[in-house]
Each structure stands twice: as C-alpha cells, then as structure tokens.
Design a binder for this molecule. Structure first.
Ligand code: NDP
Length: 329
C-alpha cells in the first residue's frame, strides 16, 4: 500500500503557466519511452511514485506512447488505480492526439472525429473521467485549423479536459489557434515544443508569441534524449536509449565532435555545482515563458537528479555565452 512522502512539497519549485491559474512543477515526467507494456511494470511504477514523492505533480502522456501504442497510458492507469487514486486532485495528467494510433482515415491527424475518439480511448485506458490537459499533438495542414480547435473546445465543454494545449505548432499557426480558442472563450494554456541547448527553434518566434499571449511553454526532450547528461560521457552504455535500437536516438548521432562538446558543457555544469542534466534543465528555465520541462527517464535515480535542477544560482552572461560558443562548435 503506497503512502506518499509527507515532505513532497517542501523541495520542488512550482511555476505559474503563462497567465493562468495553474502552476506546474519545475520538472515534469513524460512517459514516451520506458513505460509501455514491453518494459517491467515494477520499474515504471517505481519511477511514477518516486517522481510524485519528489513533488513532481505533472505526468505527460499521449495516445500512442508505448510500445505497444496505448500501453503507457494503461501503465499509468494501473498505477493510478493501485496507488495514486486518493491523490488524483494533486496530479496534472496530460494526453495528446494527432500521431498515428489506429488503422483507417480517422486514426491520426487533427479531424474532430480523430481527436474526440482518441480522447475517449485515452480516458478509458487511464481509467479517468477527465484529463487535466488535452493537446493537439501536431498540426494537420489538410484539416481546417477551426476543426481541430473545435475538438479542443468540445473537450473542455464536455468536461473531458480542464485545459488545452498545442504541440509542435510553429509560431504562426500557434497564434492562429490561440486566437480561435480565444474567440470561443477558451485560453490556450500551454505549448509543448522541442527545445533544448542544442535545438533552438522555439527562439525563432514561438516563444515571443507565447509570451505576448500569456501562454506557458513546457519543452520536451530537454536533455536531447540523454545527450545533455552524463550518460554518454564514457561511451554508449548497453542499457541506454542510443544502444537500444531507438529510431529517435541512433548511436551514430553520438560522434566524437558531439562528445567533445558535451564534455565541455559538463565542465561548465560542474563549475556551477550542477550535473549536466540539471544545467540543461535550468538553461530552459532562464526564460519566464518556460513553466516546466518534460524529462524522460529509464530509472528513478535520473528523476532524483533532475528534480534538484532548480537549486542552482541563475546563469551569468559569461556562462550563457560559453554554452553558445560550445554548441556552435
Ligand atoms: P529527455 O531529453 O529528457 O531524455 C530522456 C533520457 O535522458 C532518459 O530516457 C535517459 O536516457 C536520460 N536521462 C534522463 N535524466 C537523466 C539523468 N539525470 N542522468 C543521466 N541520464 C538521464 O526527454 P525525452 O526525449 O525522453 O522526452 C521527454 C518527454 O517529452 C516524453 O516522455 C514525452 O512526454 C515528451 N515528448 C513529447 C513529444 C511531442 O511531440 N509533444 C515528442 C517527444 C517527447 P536512458 O533511457 O538512455 O537512460
């Protein structure tokens, strides 16, 4: 029988999401890798409960997370039912739809049919009446944006989602979607972009739109899938994502050049009194638009490390410049 750590709210920092009433933890946990049915349930459970014990109140999911697709939501539903049910009101659960989930013309993208059916499936898999945040996972250029947005609006009006968000939308489409939602009286809570020390695309207009519109950001892959940690400093460990045949992080991507940059970044982190993972997360939080960051993990010790990221001093301009110089090669 699980009982949550009584000190869980004493060490984590919580930040307001844009101009909304909601606060999220400095670090949130994503269930994209390592939580599907092909992974040991005991480890998934240990990570979810361990995260909650550290004050991590936000868990990020999507319809298709696994493998097999859908099974990360089932894993989370199982832990919720067995251990976390009494803490439901202390937890922010997000899910998304848009990527391929089932056969036929309604199994992906952004039609109203797809979005609403997918949300219903996610609720069933997790054993929930509602999710806290429902996202359009990616823009669909063939479906009118009005239709995708109408599905988000319906999710809120039907009580199946408390808030809505966008993911992988560029600055222009983000602004259009925010305006369409506004016209329906619904504030876009949050945007989930890919953003980290290496991937700077959100700086090309997206963060500015979010700031102007009072929308929060929650970057995904903040550790560049593990590259921005000490994971690969001494080679490619057999139990790492890069060694595991992931199509998203291939061992060929970990070149000597990259490793040399990572070692230099690690030196700056050490001088700041942080691990490289912690520094990579603090770096994203230097913008007030960043409300939280979504880390992935394969073991609880990684979450414990990341959960301390907020404890360091702010960056000096000299540190920020050095980081830029290193990644520009
Ligand atoms: P990260 O960049 O945080 O990479 C996670 C990996 O980094 C872990 O699996 C682990 O690698 C390693 N790691 C994490 N912490 C540490 C640490 N302290 N020390 C050493 N290594 C560490 O994120 P992900 O790419 O996993 O994405 C995170 C989440 O973002 C997803 O779960 C999902 O919720 C969301 N996401 C959203 C997308 C979207 O389109 N909206 C797309 C992708 C992700 P290892 O497994 O090798 O141990």
């Amino acid at each position: 029988m699980y009982t949550a750590n009584k000190q869980r709210y004493e060490t984590m920092e919580y930040k307001r999401v844009g101009k909304s009433g909601l606060k999220l933890p400095y670090v949130s946990l994503g269930l994209w890798h390592n939580f599907g049915s092909l992974f040991p349930h005991a480890n998934s459970r240990e990570m979810i409960l361990g995260a909650f014990d550290l004050g991590i109140t936000h868990f990020d999911l999507a319809n298709n997370y696994g493998p097999v697709p859908g099974s990360a939501e089932e894993t989370f539903g199982r832990v919720l039912a067995q251990d976390l049910r009494k803490y439901r009101d202390e937890i922010i659960i997000s899910t998304k739809s848009g990527y391929y989930m089932w056969e036929g013309p309604y199994g992906e993208w952004g039609s109203r049919k797809q979005m609403i059916a997918s949300l219903d499936q996610s609720l069933l898999r997790m054993g929930l009446d509602y999710v806290d945040i429902f996202y359009s996972h990616r823009p669909d250029l063939e479906t009118p944006l009005e239709e995708t947005v109408s599905a988000l609006v319906q999710a809120v009006r039907s009580g199946k989602a408390l808030y809505v968000g966008l993911s992988n939308y560029d600055a222009k489409r983000t602004k259009e979607a925010i305006d369409l939602l506004k016209a329906e009286g619904i504030h876009c809570l949050i945007h989930q972009p890919r953003y980290n020390i290496y991937d700077r695309r959100p700086e090309e207009g997206l963060y500015q739109v979010l700031e102007e519109e009072g929308v929060g950001a929650i970057p995904f892959s903040p550790l560049e899938q593990g590259l921005l940690t000490n994971r690969y400093l001494n080679g490619i460990p057999a139990d790492s994502r890069a060694a595991g045949g992931s199509i998203f992080l291939k061992s060929e991507q970990i070149t000597e050049d990259k490793l040399s940059q990572i070692r230099k970044l690690n030196d700056i982190a050490v001088q700041r009194g942080q691990t490289l993972a912690q520094m990579a997360l603090s770096w994203l939080h230097k913008s007030p638009v960043t409300a939280s960051v979504i880390i992935g993990a394969s073991r609880l010790s990684q979450i414990e490390d990341c959960a301390k990221a907020h404890q360091a001093a702010p960056f000096t301009q000299e540190e920020l410049d050095k980081i830029d110089q290193i990644v520009k090669g």
